[in-house]
Design a protein around this ligand. Structure first.
Ligand SMILES: N[C@@H](CCC(=O)N[C@@H](CS)C(=O)NCC(=O)O)C(=O)O
Length: 238
């Protein structure tokens, strides 16, 4: 879906990475505002799983482009992911995943009335339980640059809580068959391995995610590391 990537680093607007003319002329236009390694990877992965054509607007956290009025108009908190589908904007990754599946890939969601619907919805939302710990750990280890700003106690506590929360996962897909809930969760587990040793079930779950061709295509479209530059960020001793 993406051709001719050009990862320009000096810019104050997001860079378009695609054969946009072809997409713009098509009946449906899906546009994704994305920052490498961020939660917008969920949407990138979903678009690849669904084999949908899309326009990728590659953004950075470091050039204020997410605070520009045009981005705030589509994402009020100035975050990613944001999408526009036929001109209609959305900005919450879980809602975007469900909406894409309902519209374009029904087998990737569990419908109302199905016995696995509860597990499906739970998985979709549980991804953000993991996401809260990941956001705290990312802030502590990476966003706060000076040691005096960080709290070793918070770092250890958040790592332990993340590890415990990961015990709910794997080895199988959360609703029995692969769905967008696994995309939401799989991204969270993929990030979690930078902060904790994954429990066995979560490690098997992640391996199954990483084996999917859609995941691998999304990985090659993700872009240069924007947030995490180390494989592992250990919790400090207190
Ligand atoms: N719950 C939202 C969270 C979105 C979010 O916080 N995105 C982060 C990247 S993982 C972001 O854009 N942060 C930029 C900022 O806070 O300025 C979702 O799942 O879409």
């Amino acid at each position: 879906m993406i051709t001719g990537p050009d990862w320009g680093r000096t810019r104050n607007a997001c860079s378009r990475l695609d054969d946009g003319a072809q997409n713009e002329g098509a009946e449906r236009v899906i546009r994704l505002w994305h920052v490498a390694q961020s939660r917008s990877f969920r949407v990138l992965w979903a678009l690849e799983e669904m084999e949908l054509a899309y326009v990728q607007e590659q953004c950075s956290f470091f050039d204020r482009s997410l605070r520009a009025p045009d981005h705030l108009a589509r994402s009020p908190a100035g975050r990613v992911p944001a999408v526009e589908i036929d001109g209609q904007a959305m900005y919450e990754s879980g809602a975007i995943l469900l909406s894409l599946a309902e519209r374009f890939a029904p087998p990737l969601r569990v419908p109302e009335g199905d016995g696995a619907r509860g597990a499906f919805l739970q998985g979709l939302h549980y991804a953000e339980t993991l996401g809260a710990h990941l956001a705290n750990l990312t802030q502590q280890h990476i966003v706060l640059r000076e040691d005096w700003m960080r709290s070793p106690t918070v770092m250890r506590l958040e790592a332990r809580r993340l590890e415990n929360a990961l015990r709910a996962l794997g080895p199988g897909w959360v609703a029995g068959v692969f769905s967008v809930a696994d995309i939401a969760l799989g991204y969270s587990v993929w990030m979690a391995r930078r902060f904790v040793a994954l429990p066995e079930g979560a490690a098997q779950y992640l391996a199954a995610c990483e084996a999917r061709p859609g995941f691998r295509r999304a990985l090659s479209a993700d872009g240069p590391a924007e947030i995490y530059h180390r494989d592992f960020y250990p919790a400090p001793e207190v």
